[in-house]
Design a protein around this ligand. Structure first.
Ligand code: HPA
Length: 257
């Protein structure tokens, strides 16, 4: 049986306990080795990858995004459900809400952004008009609706380099540019998945109002605590989507290069 669906667990989503018969798997890629877990949910094999490594030891700016996505490609994964803790710039998107983001604004600075880095890898420009898979986003919205979870079907995710949080002036600028949410990991994860022809979606969970919107100072602990408090909602959502998702995609995400 092939592994066609993968979960990338972000901050606060470290435990693949929704899966049964879990085993560790090491996948070698040209970008480095990746250790992940493979388990079963219902009759489906699912890969679970910890984005920040064991014990949250890898900061967002140091994640080996190319190795992670390449490893999932090598396993035959066609659908990625990624979780992400985000700060909110939009008063309608409150802590605890889920957003199935549809666009990103990239403010990262020092990351390897592409598999097509020239030389033998070639120079290919990938269409990024709609960076998140509309089919997966629709499945997520339906499942969240069935479960009665407060969710938003779309939102613009601003990706910063991190690992520091933003200044209040940066947050003001991101709002003026049309951002709804801010996080540190969505890019280059989403565009690399598209380059690899894998359908990709983000389940963004608001953990806090962003700097300057919130009256309080931000802390990583607050982010982790909110993710853990709301972890059960994400687990229920993941289980339902894994059961329902069409494993062999019928959309055009694989045809963008
Ligand atoms: N900024 C950036 N990343 C985040 C935030 C934030 O406010 N909250 C959770 N991840």
């Amino acid at each position: 049986m092939d592994v066609k669906t993968a979960i990338i667990g972000g901050t606060g989503v470290y435990d693949p306990d929704i899966l049964q018969e879990i085993r560790d798997e090491k996948v070698s890629t040209p970008y480095g080795d990746v250790v992940l877990r493979i388990g079963k949910h219902q009759d489906r094999l699912v890969a679970f990858m910890n984005r920040h490594g064991e014990g949250h030891s890898i900061p967002p700016n140091k994640v080996n995004y190319r190795a992670n996505i390449d490893a999932l490609k090598r396993l035959g994964v066609q659908n990625i459900l990624a979780t992400a803790a985000v700060g909110s710039l939009n008063p309608a998107m409150e802590p605890g809400h889920l957003i199935f983001v549809d666009q990103f604004l990239d403010f990262t600075k020092f990351r390897e952004q592409t598999f097509f880095a020239g030389g033998s890898a070639g120079v290919i420009h990938t269409d990024m008009t709609e960076p998140y898979c509309p089919r997966l986003r629709e499945s997520l919205s339906q499942a969240a609706g069935n479960l009665g979870l407060i969710h938003h079907k779309a939102g613009v995710y601003v990706c910063t380099e991190g690992p520091r949080f933003e200044t209040a002036a940066e947050v003001k600028m991101y709002r003026m540019l049309g951002g709804d949410l801010v996080g540190m990991t969505g890019v280059p994860e989403a565009p690399l998945a598209r380059e690899a022809g894998i359908c990709y979606s983000t389940i963004a969970m608001v953990t806090n109002f962003a700097a300057g919107i919130s009256a309080d100072r931000l802390s990583h602990q607050e982010v982790v605590d909110t993710m853990i408090q709301n972890g059960e909602n994400i687990r229920r959502l993941l289980m339902q989507v894994i059961e329902q998702v069409e494993e062999d995609s019928t959309c055009t995400c694989a045809e963008s290069t």
